[in-house]
Design a protein around this ligand. Structure first.
Ligand code: NDP
Length: 293
């Protein structure tokens, strides 16, 4: 029977850390602020934004929610981002996705100053992730890695399988696992022998978006299973991609849904925002020192 990796417990630890670091910065007169842009009325997006502002409040981080109409043009949105880029009191900028059809998402994301890109989605941060440079890690895969590390099971040398290759979850998760010296197989809808590949994995990360996708026969005895999926099951309840009971019977560790990766994603955003504030303050101090010499 697998041990449960509790997103609730782990996220609370990271949020406490973020709160402590925020308080330390505030003692030095440095504020920490996150700006969240939301476009239109998407109810799921509204729920996510509400969660993020609640986390900010818990960590002592100031947050601004900038609500823009569904009909906004790409140029108007870019102007808003430019304004936030120039505002020294804003440390992190996040654009809640998805955006309306008339707007090219990646153009908007790339308009965010890389040092304020706390979601880690700009091409600059992605490029740095690929080349192993220090950068803002995308929150969901970063949360997955922290969950893995929390088990104490070494990642190095393990066979890891990631199902799903999206830019925000699957691909960066594979890169991070590779950086931790796992041997990574990145699977997707065109992968052949998916079941066999999964069943051979020491670490299995499911980021498909399909309830009941990973069944017990796809889980190796003793594997660590990280379930990123957020779906509605046939019963209308929130569930992941993994058939929990079947996987739990075989895995050594497993994440639940709800109460798993989702909470860690939110906690990682707080950590990134505090880090952004600290780095920007250090940058300002260095510039001022330079100017005084
Ligand atoms: P996407 O829809 O962008 O990607 C899904 C991936 O799954 C694709 O790469 C797709 O392959 C692959 N896939 C789909 N069907 C199959 C199949 N039959 N066999 C193998 N692979 C398949 O989703 P996201 O990455 O954005 O999200 C994945 C899930 O994670 C969703 O449930 C989402 O809600 C959840 N999520 C959870 C977060 C959290 O904080 N917990 C954060 C972000 C997402 P292909 O590329 O070939 O189409």
């Amino acid at each position: 029977m697998a041990k449960i990796i509790s997103g609730k417990t782990l996220a609370a630890q990271f949020k406490a850390q973020a709160a402590q670091q925020t308080a330390q910065l505030q003692e030095k007169g440095i504020g920490v602020r996150l700006a969240v842009i939301i476009v239109g009325e998407n109810p799921a997006s509204r729920t996510y934004v509400k969660g993020k502002t609640k986390d900010c409040a818990e960590c002592g981080i100031a947050s601004d929610v900038i609500e823009l109409p569904e009909s906004i043009s790409e140029n108007e949105l870019l102007e808003k981002i430019e304004q936030l880029n120039r505002d020294d009191s804003v440390n992190g900028i996040l654009v809640q996705l998805p955006l309306p059809r008339q707007i090219r998402e990646q153009s908007v994301i790339n308009a965010i100053a890389p040092e304020k890109d706390v979601d880690g989605f700009t091409d600059i941060n992605t490029g740095k992730l690929v080349s192993g440079e220090e950068c803002f890690l995308p929150c969901t895969p970063a949360g997955c890695i922290e969950m893995l590390k929390s088990t104490g099971v070494p990642i190095a040398g393990k066979d890891a399988v990631v199902i799903g290759r999206s830019n925000i979850v699957g691909k960066p998760a594979a890169l991070l696992l590779c950086a931790e010296d796992a041997t990574v197989t990145l699977c997707h809808s065109r992968t052949k022998d998916l079941k066999e590949k999964c069943a051979a994995a020491d670490i299995l990360i499911a980021a498909v978006g399909k309830a009941g996708f990973v069944t017990g026969d796809m889980v190796k005895e003793g594997a660590v299973v990280i379930d990123v999926g957020i779906n509605r099951g046939a019963d209308g309840k929130l569930c992941g991609d993994v058939v929990f009971d079947e996987a739990e019977a075989k895995a050594s560790y497993i994440t639940p849904v709800p109460g798993g990766v989702g909470l860690m994603t939110r906690a990682m955003l707080m950590m990134n925002t505090v880090r952004a504030a600290r780095m920007q303050a250090e940058g300002r101090a260095l510039r001022e020192k330079g100017e005084n010499h």
